[in-house]
Design a protein around this ligand. Structure first.
Ligand code: NAD
Length: 477
């Protein structure tokens, strides 16, 4: 039972028509909330989705429960083969995913390409990891809850891990990106994964997500999203957790970069630009606050503004565009208000002009006074800058750690020993030296946070599957 209703409104530009054929995949069941998907770049309707209502939810959970023993009993090699078949179908349908990524999620083609590649990598990597691991018992029924900013890669990575480990899956995509999720699940089913083993359960977080985390028949939740939501889920799951359920959570970050006066300026600027503004800053790993040493500040910032001025904002469907919109008007309003409020008390150092149509936020550089701490994750193209003197490096480290998060940290330096010294003292799951601080490579550079940024283990790494199985001591051969 794929609990999903989808109606294409056929509003893509004619030249794109061949790429958007997401069919209506209809299932009986009660109707929930309606979602109209609006293209963030153009404001045009992209399609409609209907969330799972109470009866559909009940049916979905009961179905996942009933299907769990049969799926768990299948040989690992069989489940792994199915994942590889899904990977092949994703590749065959890449163009359709690109169109949906641009239309539904406002992603540039570059971002859409890495989205599909990462999803495919997750499928093949977890298949290989499962085959190479000692056989273990799955937990049972997993709920996978994903964010809109990686609507295919994270959505798929979570599901692939849960499935290959032998769990059945209830997949809840973000409210704003159900169409990409619908195509993904359709391909999973087409590859041969039974419909009762992977079910798409769209709907809003507080309504559908809440039931899918608190219901006592749920054995595990794999969540990626904001810290606030992770905390809400933790509370809702209290009874399930006490009964042995797993909660794997990847959350946000207040990511910093230090550029000292020995850094190569061109390299630092290129990496600041990508880390802060690529994907319109809508990455959990994105650079939020740059600490640049005082004697390098003027030169670095002048070069940064020059490089920013070259960026082209616009419809991500246009291949010449570097930066697309933010996800929706609510996100835009929040960021516009934040920038306006900031500008009323502190300096705006540099700002681009954003297109009027669509939900664009202008890439902006804000000057914070002193060695300030960041308090709030601003999920868009907004970079804070602070300067420091060589003797204040300790205060910079303290300010970075004070956020409580620990996701990414970037460092540009050519001082011997500084890398080791700072990576020992700064809390971050992923540390990037003399390069940009966004990105991970499934299999070789796994990604995940420490402290408030995540529970671990890192996604795309060798230990990730362990949390989808019963703990080793509970293993009954
Ligand atoms: P969000 O927390 O608002 O939503 C994430 C998902 O949780 C959505 O599917 C949403 O519907 C669902 N949800 C919301 N309330 C819920 C509830 N009460 N119960 C159950 N589910 C609920 O986050 P978002 O805006 O979609 O994504 C952006 C956030 O995700 C940022 O904080 C970003 O840093 C983080 N993120 C982290 C990583 C990582 O790997 N650490 C990756 C991508 C995004």
């Amino acid at each position: 039972a794929v609990n999903y209703l989808l109606t294409d409104r056929d509003r893509f530009r004619p030249s794109e028509k061949r790429w958007h054929a997401v069919p209506a995949s209809l299932v009986a069941g009660s109707q929930g909330e309606q979602f109209s998907i609006i293209s963030p770049a153009t404001g045009e309707p992209v399609g409609d989705a209907i969330g799972a209502g109470p009866e559909t939810l009940e049916l979905a959970i009961a179905t996942a429960r009933d299907a769990a023993p049969g799926w768990a009993a299948r040989p690992v090699a069989e489940r792994a083969l199915l994942l590889r078949q899904v990977a092949g179908l994703y590749e065959d349908n890449a163009a359709e995913f690109f169109a949906l990524c641009a239309r539904e999620a406002g992603k540039t083609l570059n971002d859409a390409v890495s989205e599909v590649r990462e999803a495919v990598d997750f499928l093949r990597y977890y298949a290989a990891e499962a085959e190479a691991s000692e056989p273990r018992q799955p937990l049972g029924v997993f709920t996978c809850i994903s964010p809109w900013n990686f609507p295919l890669a994270i959505f798929t990575g979570q599901i692939a891990a849960a499935l290959v480990a032998g769990n059945t899956v209830l997949a809840k995509p973000a409210e704003t990106t159900p169409l990409i999720a619908a195509l993904a699940v359709r391909l999973m089913v087409q590859a041969g994964i039974p419909e009762d083993v992977v079910q798409l359960v769209p709907g809003s977080g507080p309504v559908v997500g809440s039931v899918l985390t608190s219901d006592p028949r749920i054995d595990g939740v794999c969540f990626t999203g904001s810290l606030a939501t992770a905390k809400a889920i933790d509370v809702k799951m209290a009874d399930n957790l006490a009964a042995g359920a797993a909660l794997i959570a990847e959350t946000g970050g207040l990511n910093a970069m230090i550029v000292d006066s020995t850094a190569l300026p061109e390299q630092a600027v290129r990496d600041i630009l990508a880390s802060a503004f690529q994907s319109a800053g809508q990455r959990c790993s994105a650079l939020r606050i740059l600490y640049v040493q005082e004697d390098a500040a003027e030169r670095t910032l002048e070069m940064l503004y020059g490089a920013m001025d070259e960026l082209k904002l616009g419809d991500p469907w246009d291949l010449s565009v570097d930066i697309g919109p933010v996800i929706d008007s609510k996100a835009k309003a929040k960021m516009d208000a934040y920038i306006a409020e900031f500008a009323a008390r502190d300096a705006v150092l540099h700002q681009l002009k954003a297109p009027e149509q669509g939900t664009f936020v202008p890439p902006t550089v804000l000057k914070v006074s002193g060695i300030a701490e960041m308090k709030e994750e601003i999920f868009g193209p907004v970079l804070h800058v602070a300067t420091f003197k060589a003797e204040d490096i300790g205060a910079v480290v303290n300010a970075i750690n004070a956020s409580g998060y620990g996701l990414t940290f970037g460092l540009h330096t050519r001082i011997d020993g500084r890398v080791e010294e700072l990576s020992d003292r700064i809390r971050a799951g992923n540390i990037y030296v003399n390069r940009n601080q966004i990105g991970a490579v499934v299999g070789s550079q796994p990604f995940g946070g420490e402290s408030l940024s995540g529970t671990g283990p890192k996604a795309g790494g060798p230990n990730y599957l362990k949390r989808f199985w019963r703990p080793a001591e509970a293993f009954e051969p």
